[in-house]
Design a protein around this ligand. Structure first.
Ligand code: PMV
Length: 329
């Protein structure tokens, strides 16, 4: 099944009432149980279900309009880099009425230096903005399918708070959708600990494919992910912070273990990443309830409770603290 067929199927019965402009915000998200491995690369269908937490008002705001001669894509008020613009234009091709172009202004309020991926919030905001421009009035769940076609982790950026992305089983991916877990955990905090904001040399798609094809440890990954997914849901339902932190940290390290055992080996860590991990382990040994998670990059995302914020900031002066439920844009 091709991406175009999925889009046509989804939009077949929808009304079209185009407006002058469509505008939307979508939050960035951090996975606590990671998406790592595609069962279908074209549709970004995952091997395992994943679970994330959205970053409140940190994310992407996008405005889309129709344009005449060619696509015009601005990123943070500047013409977007060529690869970024090409990726967006290829995505817009899926929705393009014949002979029509788009004017896209996209702004990230995630500091680039934080080393946080903006493709998740970017494709979620673009899907929402297109829905408003075209007047489709798709349900959020349907929009999570459209966002997934841009980037897997974007599936989860359609909602605030805790979000699950069901792997699904269908080959067309119509059951591979996101769903919010209701209820705020208002004293939970995320600390962004930036080690480097350099572009990674191996993108997540290539990393996933290499791992899936060559790592012996990948065989156990989907089993661990399934257990972690259930444990995280239990931890969230019972507000069990140690269970949440342990499960998230172990899940991230297990994902990185599959990369280290791939061939050629894949290691996103820098010496400072390891130093930060060791500092977290030391803090925990000294009684601080502090955990971390990491994605396909060198930066850490710390997990802790509000009561420990001062202690965490004292140990990690450069940390940027995010309250996931603190004022949604
Ligand atoms: O959405 P992508 O293709 O950038 O992949 C994201 C993969 C991880 O960030 C490592 C894990 C996740 O679930 O977000």
């Amino acid at each position: 099944m091709k991406r175009q067929q999925v889009v046509e199927g989804l939009l077949a019965q929808k009304r079209r009432a185009p407006r002058e402009c469509g505008e939307a915000f979508a939050p960035s998200n951090i996975a606590l149980c990671k998406y790592w491995g595609k069962r279908n690369a074209e549709l970004n269908l995952p091997v395992n279900s994943s679970l994330s937490i959205s970053l409140g008002n940190l994310g992407t705001r996008t405005v889309v309009r129709f344009a005449e001669a060619s696509d015009r894509i601005l990123l943070n008020q500047q013409p977007a880099p060529r690869d970024f613009a090409a990726r967006l234009s290829a995505y817009l091709d899926l929705f393009r009425p014949a002979g029509q172009f788009f004017d896209v202004c996209t702004e990230n309020n995630i500091p680039t230096a934080a080393g946080l991926a903006s493709s998740a919030s970017g494709f979620a905001a673009l899907s929402l903005a297109l829905d408003r421009l075209m007047g489709w009035e798709l349900a959020r769940e349907e929009l999570s399918i459209l966002a997934r076609l841009g980037s897997g982790s974007a599936t989860r950026s359609l909602y605030h708070g805790f979000v699950v992305w069901h792997a699904g089983q269908r080959s067309d991916g119509m059951d591979s959708v996101a769903e919010p877990l209701l209820g705020a955990w208002s004293d939970l905090r995320i600390g962004i600990l930036s080690v480097s904001s350099d572009r990674k040399s191996v993108g997540s798609t290539e990393g996933m494919n290499r791992t899936r094809e060559t790592s012996e440890l990948y065989h156990s990954w989907h089993k661990q992910a399934a257990c972690d997914f259930d444990a995280l849901r239990t931890a969230i339902a019972s507000r069990d912070f140690p269970m949440l932190g342990q499960t998230a940290e172990n899940n991230a390290l297990a994902m990185h273990a599959t990369m280290l055992s791939a061939w050629p080996p894949l290691c996103y860590w820098l010496p400072d990443s390891l130093a930060a991990m060791q500092a977290v382990w030391r803090a925990r040994a000294e009684g601080l309830e502090l955990y971390f998670t990491m994605d396909a990059g060198p930066n850490l995302k710390l997990l802790f409770l509000q009561a420990d914020e001062a202690a965490v900031c004292a140990r990690f002066p450069s940390v940027r603290v995010v309250n996931p439920w603190g004022g949604h844009a």
